[in-house]
Design a protein around this ligand. Structure first.
Ligand code: 6GU
Length: 247
């Protein structure tokens, strides 16, 4: 998979050299190219932002540097692999990223992340590239970050680890939270069996694989009910929300 990132803070993406993602990069499983938006700003101060039309606080990112940077990436993509990329603009105003979207985007050959800062990017940039191809505004949750960089790193990690060969043991992908049945993961333990008077649940040391599987599933259901009841599949919900027992 090819991933292009446009940002005014390329240094954030040094984090992609670490751990599994760094290994995936050096093994050629992902080809990440980080572009400094200021390289597409040609005035003396390499200006990428300006005051908002209509007034108000903060600054808005100018359309021209974005146009030049994205055109360059799209031209390069045309002449290269021939995959029509998905352009993702991280934004707290976007649709919310989740494991389903990660799986969907992991099927793509080419993703482009356009990291906005300040109060956002001039709307005409979204309009222009939406008219020319696939564009998604994506939020990573209901809170506000200073810009799209940290959100992009989170999404890139969630997507890249689904690519074949990135995670060593593919089985570790299926059992975890949000995969398979949509339940949260059960609690995990390792040795020693007793630590500060706290025991590993004896069932996990029993060698009874069916009993262990049953216990883990019960733990997943209990945890999901307690922490994220909205994730609980209907068939596991004893008292469906929004309906009430007859008086
Ligand atoms: Cl994608 N961007 C920013 N700036 N803040 C966010 C976000 C994205 N997702 C949640 N908060």
């Amino acid at each position: 998979m090819r991933i292009d990132v446009v940002t005014i803070f390329p240094g954030y993406f040094d984090a992609l050299e670490l751990s599994l993602l760094g290994k995936a990069k050096s093994r050629g499983l992902i080809d990440v190219r980080v572009h400094d938006l200021r390289d597409s700003a040609h005035d003396k101060h390499r200006t990428v932002d300006d005051t908002p039309a209509g007034g108000g606080a903060g600054m808005v990112m100018k359309p021209e540097p974005w146009g030049e940077a994205l055109d360059g990436i799209l031209e390069d993509a045309d002449s290269g692999a021939g995959a029509d990329p998905v352009i993702i603009f991280p934004s707290p105003a976007g649709e919310v990223f989740n494991q389903r979207m990660a799986r969907e985007l992991a099927e793509e050959k080419h993703l482009v992340f356009g990291c906005g800062r300040y109060e956002g990017i001039d709307q005409r940039v979204f309009d222009e590239y939406s008219a020319r191809g696939r564009v998604r505004l994506v939020s990573i949750g209901d809170y506000v970050l200073n810009g799209g960089e940290v959100a992009s790193i989170a999404m890139i990690e969630a997507i890249a680890r689904l690519l074949p060969g990135v995670v060593g043991n593919p089985e570790s992908l299926v059992e975890e939270s949000h995969e398979e049945d949509g339940l949260l993961e059960y609690p995990s333990y390792t040795k020693p069996a007793n630590w500060r008077e706290r025991e590993v649940p004896p069932i996990l040391l029993s060698g009874n694989h069916a009993a262990i599987a049953k216990w883990r599933r019960e733990q997943s259901i209990e945890r999901t009910k307690r922490v994220r009841p909205e994730l609980l599949p209907r068939e596991l919900d004893e008292a469906p929300r929004g309906r009430h027992a007859a008086p």
